[in-house]
Design a protein around this ligand. Structure first.
Ligand SMILES: O=P(O)(O)OC[C@@H](O)[C@@H](O)c1c[nH]c2ccccc12
Length: 364
């Protein structure tokens, strides 16, 4: 990660963005500016220990893909790979993240960061994602809506057969959505970066969230080049340091970050990270698919809720929202925005479905 940070800084410099490396290290909390401490960390990482230690100490259960797949075994003329605990994903989220690691490595090879420069220069500037949510909340008195353009999911299968992303996006916008979330993962969600780009190019005004499993900063640049105005960072996948420096990169690109949590520990980690302005509470456990709206309530109670108000962080209630009562429940818990997919995308008119979900018309 640290080596990548350095190389990204150099690449940014190539882009004409002046990044002071020491400032990046210092503000990312790696070291107090001491080169020897940094070198020590880099060499620890080189033997592959540092990252795992950090990840474990932060309670992150999602492991990163072992660099070499299962070991090769030979029996006579046959060759096969032995599966074991260390090289078999333990749950769907881990499987997705391992797949993503491989996919991004290939995509990066085809389009290295420097080759994205032109596309980044040509894309319109990022829109104000958080501002759009806040003003929708002020205008309607209801949580601002991030409506999700999602064809399928591993937990629900195909959600909509006749899937035209641009038409759906336009219907959402007409129905009063403040922002849109566009799935770009192909294998598990049947999404694509082409969908994101097509929605941007169709002139949709709602700011767009890159709904990806971000494992590397390259994906953020690529998403921006396809029209993303904000990006999802999942706390159960990314260590604090990655979150910190990805937030910085997003700021440089003018994008917002939605940092997603699911339990108290993740919430506390994220609340301690400077620069976090938007937190999503996912009511769905991405390891088991279990959905419980009580998660949103639990994570906003007591001191945590107090701290969130003090820091003026906007909270998004995510997943499993189907009725006006569900919306009222998470709003009562303290959210000012919601992220909704299934209950809208399954309706024949996803735009009209917004009025049904909120119990009234929220379009202007
Ligand atoms: O379709 P739902 O239950 O309304 O959920 C939407 C959104 O919250 C969900 O798609 C989501 C939230 N966080 C994620 C992370 C990855 C993939 C998907 C998600």
């Amino acid at each position: 990660m640290i080596r990548e940070l350095v190389s990204i800084a150099f690449q940014l410099q190539e882009f004409g963005i002046d990044v002071r490396l020491c400032a990046l290290y210092e503000s990312s909390g790696i070291t107090e500016g001491s080169d020897s401490a940094l070198e020590a960390k880099v060499s620890e990482q080189e033997v592959g220990m540092y990252q795992n230690e950090v990840v474990e100490s932060q309670g992150i259960r999602i492991r990163r893909r072992p660099p070499t797949g299962p070991p090769l075994h030979y029996v006579g003329p046959f060759e096969f790979r032995l599966q074991n605990e260390g090289n078999t994903p333990r749950n769907i989220l881990e499987e997705i993240v391992w797949h993503k690691d491989k996919e991004v490595a290939q995509m990066k090879e085809r389009k290295p960061l420097y080759s994205l420069k032109k596309a980044l220069d040509n894309v319109p500037p990022a829109k104000d994602f958080i501002g759009a949510l806040r003003s929708a909340h002020q205008r309607t008195g209801l949580p601002g809506l991030i409506a999700e353009v999602k064809k399928a999911s591993p937990s629900r299968g195909i959600l909509r057969e006749d899937f035209n992303p641009v038409e759906i996006a336009q219907a959402y916008e007409k129905g009063g959505a403040a922002c849109l979330s566009v799935l770009t993962d192909d294998k598990y969600f049947k999404g694509s970066y082409e969908n994101l780009q097509a929605i941007m190019e169709a002139g949709v005004k709602c700011p767009l969230l890159l709904k990806e499993f971000i494992v590397e900063a390259w994906q953020i640049y690529y998403g921006r080049s396809k029209g993303a105005d904000a990006v999802l960072l999942i706390a159960s996948v990314l260590p604090d340091l990655d979150i910190k420096y990805m937030i910085k990169i997003c700021k440089i690109l003018g994008m917002a970050t939605l940092v997603e949590v699911h339990d108290e520990r993740e919430m506390d980690r994220v609340l301690a990270i400077e620069g976090v302005e938007l937190i999503g509470i996912n009511n769905r456990n991405l390891e088991t698919f279990e959905v419980d709206l009580g998660i949103t309530k639990k994570l906003l109670e007591g001191e945590r809720g107090e701290l969130i108000r003090q820091k003026d962080i906007l909270v998004v209630g995510e997943s499993g929202l189907f009725t006006p009562e569900d919306i009222a429940f998470v709003q009562e818990a303290g959210v000012k925005a919601v992220l909704v997919g299934e209950s809208l995308i399954k309706q024949s008119d996803p735009g009209k479905a917004i009025s049904t979900l909120f119990g009234r018309d929220v379009s202007e």
